[in-house]
Design a protein around this ligand. Structure first.
Ligand SMILES: [Zn+2]
Length: 260
């Protein structure tokens, strides 16, 4: 990738070496994955549980095209999100917001639990050929706790996102760090655009193990965050960039539906 920063690569390499000495059996490519140089997306298939990243035919993200999407006639997701404490963790790949229990997404007869959301920079999906500065993924799990439905929302620069105001001023900067600003609450509904038009397709996790069988709903309309909020995420060490390149569509059909 062209926009790798030398500093990030150096820091990542030293972290990698440290843990390699701790886990002697695994080779470098098996032990770690990331977004830079030798541990980047082209190598995820070599990670111990990452075979699907290279072999899968229904991988995410993809390039979304307004003109080529067919009309959706499946279930429309309905969001039943409540308020959660802000509990962030920097897992070395992104900042993940673990969500309090009780918020769900319904899809026809099925109900999924909102487990967490997290961010990518730049966006993983492209819309009509364009990346956005950020993309948020709201991850919903089935009764067994497996991710099944992911809602992706593209983020453009604009007005400050008030719901994320406190959180984005206290982002955990380093791998393994957690941050829970005292009293901070969030309702994930604030991460959804007013217009709920969406693209829908069958895809995968965008990180190893790249498991397939996920339903993706990517909102057609972006939400906004301020330039300083976007910059706060972009400046986190080792996390910019943290987008997997778009994957071949193969025989999949992308549908689209107008919202309300
Ligand atoms: Zn993601």
């Amino acid at each position: 990738m062209s926009h790798i920063r030398a500093g990030s690569v150096r820091a990542l390499s030293s972290a990698l070496l440290t843990s390699l000495f701790l886990s002697s059996a695994a080779g470098a490519e098996e032990a770690h994955w990331g977004y830079a140089s030798t541990v980047g997306a082209d190598h995820w298939g070599e990670v111990s549980n990452g075979a699907m990243c290279a072999a899968g035919a229904e991988q995410s993200p993809i390039a979304l095209s307004t003109a080529s999407a067919v009309h959706a006639n499946g279930y429309t997701p309905s969001f039943h999100y409540g308020t959660s404490r802000v509990r962030m963790v920097n897992n070395g790949h992104t900042v993940q917001f673990n969500y309090d229990v009780g918020s769900t997404l319904r899809l026809g007869p099925n109900e999924y639990k909102l487990a967490q959301f997290h961010f990518h920079t730049p966006s993983e999906h492209t819309l009509d050929g364009e990346h956005f500065p950020l993309e948020v993924h709201l991850v919903h799990t089935d009764a067994a706790g497996a991710p099944k439905v992911v809602v992706g929302v593209l983020i453009e620069e604009g007005l400050v996102n008030a719901a994320l105001f406190s959180a984005f001023r206290h982002l955990p900067r380093h791998e393994g760090e957690e941050s829970s600003p005292v009293g901070a609450l969030i309702n994930a509904s604030a991460l959804l655009p007013f217009n709920r038009s969406f693209f829908h397709y069958a895809g995968s996790l965008t990180t190893p193990p790249c498991s397939e069988g996920l339903e993706w709903f990517v909102m057609k309309h972006p939400i906004q965050m301020s330039d300083s909020q976007i910059a706060a995420f972009e400046r986190l060490p080792h996390i910019n960039p943290n987008n997997r390149p778009v994957q071949p569509l193969n025989s999949r059909v992308v549908s689209a539906q107008s919202g309300h």
